[in-house]
Design a protein around this ligand. Structure first.
Ligand code: ZN
Length: 143
């Protein structure tokens, strides 16, 4: 594993240890729970909207470091986006998990690109995004 890889891994673990936007949002407009039975990961997303804009977002959950770090990064990435833009971001993230070059718009989420080499863990990284897609009323494909 190269230096850059271990640096990315450190940053992922940092999100896991100090999750951003963690805890129930009060008040919220949408609450959506997702589970990844293959690993035992759970993520609950809370969303508050201002029209079409995601005004605030938070999460609760438990599970492996990849799933929880992904949820933490998701909340930072989609806050302030329109639902449409959040779904587009989710699509780019899924493409990255399947080997595409990370898009700049992904920000910290690009730190999870190493997961593309770990097929058994892509569902962990994708869980917060599949949960978001359901929360936004566009249930995406699993995994
Ligand atoms: Zn997991």
């Amino acid at each position: 594993m190269g230096l850059l890889d271990s640096l990315y891994q450190e940053l992922v673990l940092e999100h896991y240890r100090k999750p951003r936007n963690h805890g129930a949002l009060q008040p919220f407009d949408v609450r959506e729970e997702g589970i990844n039975p293959s690993c035992g990961d759970e993520v609950t997303l809370y969303l508050r909207f201002d029209g079409e804009t995601i005004q605030d977002v938070s999460f609760e959950g438990e599970g492996c470091a990849i799933s929880q770090a992904s949820a933490s990064m998701l909340t930072e990435a989609v806050k302030g986006l329109s639902s449409e833009a959040a779904l587009a971001l989710s699509q780019r993230f899924r493409e990255m998990l399947h080997g595409a070059e990370p898009d700049r718009a992904l920000g910290d989420l690009s730190l999870l690109r190493g997961v593309a080499k770990l097929p058994a863990r892509t569902k962990c990284a994708a869980l917060p995004f599949s949960t978001l897609e359901v929360a936004l009323g566009r249930g995406g494909p699993q995994g």
